[in-house]
Design a protein around this ligand. Structure first.
Ligand code: GUN
Ligand code: ZN
Length: 564
């Protein structure tokens, strides 16, 4: 139902399949109010939306809307045939106090009107509530989630993580919701934090939830609708957002940008390339009749939001989402406060660092530093070295190896067995490198470019070089050498016998068959696939972090290169 296609730390690009089509995440579900449309659903779609969210509580409280929704379905009511999520009235209880609806009845209602994703009536725990009150409310939310699960039918169920501003409660709530048969996990109760730009607290609470949330289900951030927050929210591992801000800001004459908010009344020019701003001047926009101006501003706000989401997804593909968040912090200093909060979780976040990224990272941050320093401790000191602006002293032979390549580096170094040994040590550790290169080493280079292609030892093809990353891939012969020379669990992914049978035929390994992993392995590392009795069956590339497998990830675990 939720397939993760790309990763960058906690961030991911995913595909969530619903009965009315799929959503590519991270994405925004614009809020449509069934009683007042600022933009028609077709216009919202033209701005880039692939899904919408509407409010089942409002529909259920309005006689005509309720009857039409029950008779024709919520899709017909809204005029949208794509993925449609509904919320439950929790937010109305936050705004207006008590609401008149039964928790189970509103779940049944969402199911009966054909919502693709329905939401439990969780208790909106305010950030200022003390731990006792937050804990009592969390117990109520949890009871409502448990009661909602048997009612969901075909509908995907969103089971919210509450817990107020107490990280320990958030983590506990996340662990609890992960055990029930729900399909999505929103982070709730955070709208006041976003309204007050308390992004450092927001980051801490989302991270607390992420420590225990099952990674195989999408995470929604309730009420996150400003484009300046999308990069940060994605970096925290959130996949879906919803908000009515695009319309509310438009009513207020405010324009959203990835770098902040401006009042139209105060702008001389429109620094935006959207369909409205590129064909209309600020003065022309100001002169429009109120209703038309509101429409144009709402359109601008959505176009900017979806452009930013494309930017976020592209940054994830490049492995440069942290860099994008740093850029967004220039417009909103509170985004920088959130990054600082993330740095203090560098120890945990390091486990999510990939062994290499498609593009070279340039922003300094604790998780990456820890990763690089950890691997550098494997390498020998004392030889020729250079000073890297992020990583400090790096052995010269690693100057073309990810992520250590310094900015502006021109690859020219010649290939020697010593250089191969240094890279193999950085990747696999000293004893593995010694074993891999123990014998007569033959370096096969490209005649045209002089680049290293293959490393043969005693006539066996053990390693190939990926020139782009300056890292080796293991061939079967190399895997056998590491397997013989290094004790378990080093470099190993232990799989169930059912999987081993297939991996022996060169087929990929899936997370559900993984019994154990070397905890020092990272996403994108080369790994040995072994049975419970440490029999080597295949070699490949790990496509998830071991921490993700521990958190219940599903899908591809190791892309098998060669069977043994
Ligand atoms: N919308 C904004 N915040 C929340 C929340 O905490 N729960 C639900 N269900 N909807 C919301
Ligand atoms: Zn614009």
């Amino acid at each position: 139902m939720f397939e993760i296609r790309q990763r960058d730390g906690l961030a991911r690009i995913g595909r969530l399949t619903t009965p009315h089509g799929a959503l590519e995440t991270p994405t925004l579900l614009p809020v449509v109010n069934p009683r007042k449309l600022t933009l028609a659903p077709a216009e919202i779609r033209d701005c880039g939306a692939t899904g919408l969210i509407t409010n089942s509580y409002i529909i259920s409280r309005h006689d005509e809307l309720r009857e039409r929704a029950l008779a024709d379905g919520v899709h017909a009511l809204v005029g949208w045939d794509g993925p449609l999520m509904t919320d439950s009235g929790t937010f109305q209880s936050h705004v207006y106090g008590d609401i008149e609806v039964e928790p189970q009845a509103i779940v049944e209602f969402q199911r009966d009107i054909g919502s693709d994703i329905g939401t439990v009536l969780d208790v909106f725990t305010e950030p200022e509530f003390d731990a006792d009150r937050a804990e009592a409310e969390l117990a109520e939310t949890q009871a409502r989630i448990t009661a909602a699960v048997p009612l969901k039918g075909e509908m995907l169920l969103a089971a919210t993580v509450q817990g107020g501003s107490h990280p320990a409660l958030r983590e506990r709530a996340a662990a609890q919701v992960s055990t029930v048969d729900a399909d999505m996990h929103p982070i709730g109760g955070v709208v006041p934090l976003m309204e007050q730009y308390r992004y450092a607290e927001l980051a801490t609470l989302v991270l607390a939830a992420k420590r225990a949330l099952v990674t195989a289900r999408p995470v929604h951030l309730f009420g996150c609708g400003h484009p300046s927050l999308f990069a940060l929210a994605a970096l925290l591992g959130c996949d879906l957002f919803d908000s009515a801000s695009y319309a509310k800001f438009a009513v207020d004459g405010r324009m959203m940008f990835s770098w902040g908010t401006r009042r139209l009344a105060e702008m001389e020019e429109l620094p935006c390339g959207c369909a409205t701003c590129s064909t209309t001047s600020a003065d022309e926009l100001k002169a429009l009749p109120a209703e038309e101006r509101e429409r144009q501003l709402a359109r601008h706000n959505l176009l900017v939001s979806f452009a930013e989401l494309r930017r976020v997804r592209e940054a994830i593909r490049d492995g440069l989402l942290w860099e994008l968040v740093v850029a967004r912090a220039a417009g909103r200093p509170e985004v920088g406060d959130a990054l600082a909060a993330l740095e203090s979780h560098g120890d945990w976040l390091e486990q999510w660092e990939p062994a290499f990224r498609p593009r070279q990272p340039i922003a300094n941050r604790e998780p990456l530093l820890r990763f690089a320093r950890g691997r550098l401790t494997r390498t020998a000191t004392g030889g020729a070295s250079f000073e890297h602006p992020l990583f400090g002293t790096v052995p010269e032979p690693l100057a073309d190896t990810a992520p250590l390549r310094p900015p502006g580096n021109v690859r020219q170094r010649s290939w020697t067995p010593e250089r191969v040994h240094a890279i193999a040590t950085f990747q696999f550790g000293g004893s593995a490198a010694d074993a891999l290169l123990g014998g007569e080493v033959e370096l096969v280079t490209s005649r045209n470019t002089g680049r290293l292609r293959n490393v043969l030892v005693d006539g066996e093809h053990r390693l190939s070089l990926s020139a782009r990353y300056g890292l080796f891939t293991l061939r079967t012969a190399g895997a056998c050498v590491i397997h013989a020379a290094c004790a378990a669990p080093q470099q190993r992914v232990v799989v169930h016998a059912d999987s081993a049978e297939f991996n022996r035929q060169g087929r990929n390994t899936f997370c559900k068959f993984v019994l154990e992993c070397d905890p020092d392995l990272r996403c994108q590392d080369e790994c040995l696939i072994v049975t419970e009795s440490d029999e080597l069956v295949a070699v490949g590339k790990l496509k998830v972090a071991p921490v993700e497998i521990a958190l219940g990830q599903q899908g591809l675990a190791v892309k098998v290169r060669e069977a043994v």
